[in-house]
Design a protein around this ligand. Sequence first.
Ligand SMILES: [Fe+2]
Length: 286
Amino acid sequence: MNPIVKGFFDHDTWTVTYVVYEKLGSPCAIVDSVLDYDPKSGRTSTKSADQVIDFVKANKLEVAWILETHAHADHLTAAPYLKEKLGGQIAIGDNIRTVQKVFKAIFNLEPGFSTEGVQFDHLFSDGEVFQIGNLQADVMALPGHTPACVAYRVGDAVFVGDTIAMPDVGTARCDFPGGDAAQLFKSIKKLLSLPPETRLYMCHDYPPEGRDVCFETTIAEERARNIHVNDGVNEAKYVEMRTARDKTLAMPVLILPSVQVNIRAGNFPPAEDNGVSYLKIPLNAL
Ligand SMILES: [Fe+2]
């Protein structure tokens, strides 16, 4: 059984949030939500998440899962807000524990910060099968961009996270802590071995000049036309290109706030004795 997929594009972070469901009134999953964050003021808002909530309510959907494809470095997740408003279990790949260990050290987080992933309701292992109502879903571990990256396959639709982008955009960067270009190449090959007609849904789109935002493609399209990993590119060529290109990229504007919140499943750091929650900026660490 194949799902209905509704995408919400966030123009501030170029992120797409998806609602995945069988039909009106059925259970659903929300994939990669956005909590709006203004880095100038340190203020968050729920405008983007509220659009998703309105859609879920209008379609009488029942939230079973709030899924993360990885700990994002370019936006904060709204998972706890969505859970509070709609219910559902917050889940991510089980290698989030590796990511938590890396960033606990970088941010020198409080001793009580668990690196066992207990902040999430569920950790998925590679190949794990789950249900979204009557929809059959499974998890593909696709490390490389980050160690914890997974794709969620629901019927003929796959939510690929940052692993791969639209064919004219390419693939994810591999220079964050724990990233690995050779590993990403292998992960992408695993993804692209699915049936050619499989629908792929991107976590982002950064459209080249002259193209409108678009975040759905197919395995066949990626294999034929992806500028980084089409069928004519081998691992050595890919790693050389990816490594050279990553050296030219600045860090995402929101990497420091995003990671600190997202490795806590979207919760803010514990409030200090004045009741305010603070984010840290490690100097010369990234
Ligand atoms: Fe990412």
